[in-house]
Structures are given as structure tokens and as C-alpha cells.
Design a protein around this ligand. Sequence first.
Ligand SMILES: O=P(O)(O)O[C@H]1O[C@H](CO)[C@@H](O)[C@H]1O
Ligand SMILES: O=c1cc[nH]c(=O)[nH]1
Length: 288
Amino acid sequence: MQLKPAELIINEDGSIYHLNLLPEDIATTVITVGDPDRVSQVSRHFDTIEVKKGKREFHTHTGHLNGKRISVISTGIGTDNIDIVLNELDALVNIDLKTRTLKANHTSLNIIRIGTTGAIQPNIPIDTFLISKYSIGFDGLLHFYEHDNINFPEIEDEFIAHTSWDAYKARPYVLSYSEKLGELFADNRIRLGFTATNTGFYGPQQRQLRIKPSQMELMENLSTFSYNDLKLTNLEMETSGIYALAQLLGHEAVSLNCIVANRSTGEFSATPTESVDKLIELCLKKLA
Ligand SMILES: O=P(O)(O)O[C@H]1O[C@H](CO)[C@@H](O)[C@H]1O
Ligand SMILES: O=c1cc[nH]c(=O)[nH]1
């Protein structure tokens, strides 16, 4: 079946619509970061950089480190952007862009997010690192795709009951990281976490500047929820979308988080860039 021009959008130079990339521009190991400025913060550690391309908030550098080819791409903020980035990365490896047909052989990408996050447990120190073993998505992205048996309805039901989740919000969905890729990042400097992915930074993460979030008690309810002794640990805005689409498309994904805020103690990191840099170095050491 040939994908229609409005379904699979190709730019004049043959690159994919939003990412502006050709299939040869990406490695099978892809680091995603939210902030476009973080792309060069990662790639400056590479030995060589062969590709530097971008469009909108999606900036990509591909290069080599210790002989390993790695791409780093910025996603911007939110799971709406993750829908674009993951689908287009997958198209670059699993769709023949010239014939507009699905390739017979599937290529699996290793996708590693390096992001910032706010802890919700008081005992999680600022400037430390966490890997999201589980994520719970409040964004609803998973519900727009057919999905059988990848999420954990029993945990979702417990969570909905525990938090008195509003029926008019999307049903939260729980997913796990790639065990295989997770093993690579097993390290006493990286705590295992259960990450909540939110649809916004202010109201959805119970921040009140001039307007009051609708459920102020939600933060307390989030911090007291646990599954199999694993408490919810942190809030951010992309992980559940990455885990959803990676699993649906047959890729391996993990999310590494640098704790820049602690919502329980009210602290914010004095050195967020330096702390993220340490996580980047640790991540690259594991990868190459
Ligand atoms: O630092 P990044 O990767 O952007 O991640 C976090 O920071 C942004 C909010 O400030 C959201 O994208 C959140 O997920
Ligand atoms: O509190 C925080 C910090 C970083 N990113 C978020 O989404 N929330």
C-alpha cells in the first residue's frame, strides 16, 4: 500500500516533513532532549559531527563517539511533539520514503531521553538522576492508537481510585521502560523512578501563579500513590508519550531525568545546566 502525500509528508529535498531529515541522517541510537540548546550540549562530547540539521524546535546532530554513531534530537516540550518526533524517526527507518511503502524488514531504534524534571518526594535530592522504570501519562496520547496489552490497567484503576481522578480528564495510562535498555543504565547514581507525564507545566503540575489549579489536593494524592512499593517520584512532560510510541512502533526506550526541582521542599537547582551536563556525560559513558 502506498501512503498518500497528505499521510506521509515529504519535503522537496526528500526529507521527512517536520524533522527535515533524510534516512541516512540518523543513527539507530537516538538521544532525545526537550531543549534545542541541549542538542549541542550533548554533541560537543562527540569525536565528530557529520549532520547538523533542524526545523522549528526539532534540531538534530549526528556524529560518532568512541566509534559509536549517535544522533541527538530536540523534541521541544510535550507529548504532542513526541507524537511527531517518534512517528517521523520511525518513518525514516521503517518506511521507504521514495516508494511510500512500508519496508519488509523492521529496524528497531534505541531511544534515550535526557530531560529535566521536578521530584515530588521530599527525599529525592536536587541535582540527582532518575530513570523512569514506569511512567503514568495524563496526556491521553496512547488512547489515539490501537494498543493491546502494553499498558497496566490494574495500576491505572488503583491510581484513579487513589487520586479521585476527574472523569473529564483523559484516563491515565501506565507503561514501563525497555528492560533491555534499562539494564544498560543500571547504576547507583541513577535511582529507579515512577514518572508522571503531564500536559502542562503550571496547572497540570499544580503550580499556582495567578490562576488556581482545579484540584490542589492532587499533588498530595500523587505523592502518596505507590505501586509494588514504588512511589510516584517525579513530574515532567514527555516520557509517557515516548514509552507509548516506542512500544507501539517496536523500539526500545528509556527516560533519564535530572532532578532540577523538588515540589515537596520547594527548592530549584542552583546549577541546572551543570547537573544536566553530568547526566549527559554519564549517559554517553554508558552508550559508547
Ligand atoms: O528539560 P526537558 O527535556 O524539556 O523536560 C522538562 O522541561 C520542560 C518544562 O520546563 C518539559 O519539557 C519537561 O518535560
Ligand atoms: O518541575 C518541573 C521541572 C522540570 N520539568 C517539569 O516538567 N517540571
